[in-house]
Structures are given as C-alpha cells and as structure tokens.
Design a protein around this ligand. Sequence first.
Ligand SMILES: [Zn+2]
Length: 126
Amino acid sequence: MAMGFEALRLRLIGERKRLTAEMEQLSRASAASDETREGSPFGKREEEATETFEMEKHLALERGLLDSLAEVEHTLKKFESGTYGLCDQCGQPIPRERLEALPHASLCLKCKVLQARDVKARPSSR
Ligand SMILES: [Zn+2]
C-alpha cells in the first residue's frame, strides 16, 4: 500500500472521537430540555412550536452526525482490509489530493459524480 496513509488514519480516528463526543453532547442536551419542559406551565403553545422546531433541528443534526460517523467507521474498516485509498465502486485508486482534502472519501470523483446524479435521478421520496 502507498506510504503515508497513517497520518490520514489518525485524522479519521480523531474525527471519530470528535463526532462521538458531539453525539454525546447532543443526547445530553436533549435530556436537559426534557427536564425544563415539565416545569413551565406558561406560553404552552408557543413553547410547543419552538420545541418541534428544536426537535427537528436536533434530529437533522443527529442524522448528519450519524451519517458522518458511519462514513468514518466505514473508511477505518477499509484500512483494516487494506483497501483504503481505493474506490468502493470501481476499485481504482482515489487521487491523493482527494484523500488529503477528504480522508473519508470512499469513492473516486468520477464515481461520486455518477452516484450524485443517480440519487437525483431516482424518484424522490415525497
Ligand atoms: Zn471509482
């Protein structure tokens, strides 16, 4: 395998740590807001609207974190199987500059573009 991937692996491990910490912080924050909810009988309606908004925001944030975490985990597995730096789709080496910019990239640019087009072409869920 090409030299110098160790630095990228360390970056990914750091990223995983950061994402895990953010997840913990997020669940702690939602536990705290559960507590405040019970103690405030005034302005109920407005509060609920805010809560729904906060909850949506919270969920979106959590989903984003989980997605990133899954990507990072996936990439770390590729290190173990010795396929790091290779495109998941076509098996071609991913250019070094792309990995430097995006250590968790698991597709080469060509396949990434194709995938993005694919997602757009697929019938939307709504
Ligand atoms: Zn590819």
